[in-house]
Design a protein around this ligand. Sequence first.
Ligand code: AMP
Length: 254
Amino acid sequence: MAALRVLVGVKRVIDYAVRVRVTPDGGSVQTQGVKHSLNPFCEIALEEAVRLRERGAAAEVIAVSVGTKASQECLRSALAVGADRALLLEAPPEASLGPREVAMALTELSRRLKPNLVLLGKQAIDDDCNQTGQLLAAMLDWPQGTFASRLEVEGEAAKVEREVDGGLETLRLRLPAVLTADLRLNEPRYATLPNIMKAKKKPLEVIPLSDFGVPAGSPRLRVLRLEEPPARTAGEKVEDAATLIQKLRNCGRI
Ligand code: AMP
């Protein structure tokens, strides 16, 4: 097979180091004035795609994000670490996008661009849906290799290693296929300053999400309420192990 075209889904999420706060009405989390970054698992997916291109297995790496204008910043980061071009499927700010809507948009995009491989993260750390890759593979009727911790492209197929409960599972998937990246797949590189500068000149196309036939206004999944976990009560220091055991006995823990 000629060198592959790889599509990588990248999502803008609240930065992993930010302490997430629920809005006073419990309807969502506070996003205003909060640092956002590229979802860490998307960085891993992107790194793998860039490595495929560097090894000559891939000819083109396209980063795609479904979201508002703000997602352009993530696409620029994707270009800075090696994507060749980027696409924003732009949703209006009031749109409510769930995994189904994102998978529908990526399905239509895949039909148009005909990638050989779609690489996604295994999960987005904001809503932890962990469904987009699986939904996309089902909608496209393509094979899927989820939670990949090793990937090799062999001609018309991809060999994927996955960590499962009992050990490692190795799959051979016929291309085109959908893969989702696990933590151990690779260690993503940092963008260098020259590459950040070069990324400003790489193509970033913005296409309205409405062109993809996605019903952005009617998600099937609705978050009813969010609550912060209860605050932890203060700990207690004890004199010695014997006192600790006595206290644990008294409260019925041992
Ligand atoms: P999730 O199913 O939401 O946990 O996300 C899993 C993966 O799907 C992410 O790591 C991305 O690769 C991809 N994905 C989810 N939402 C989007 C989005 N809005 N735009 C692009 N890719 C996305």
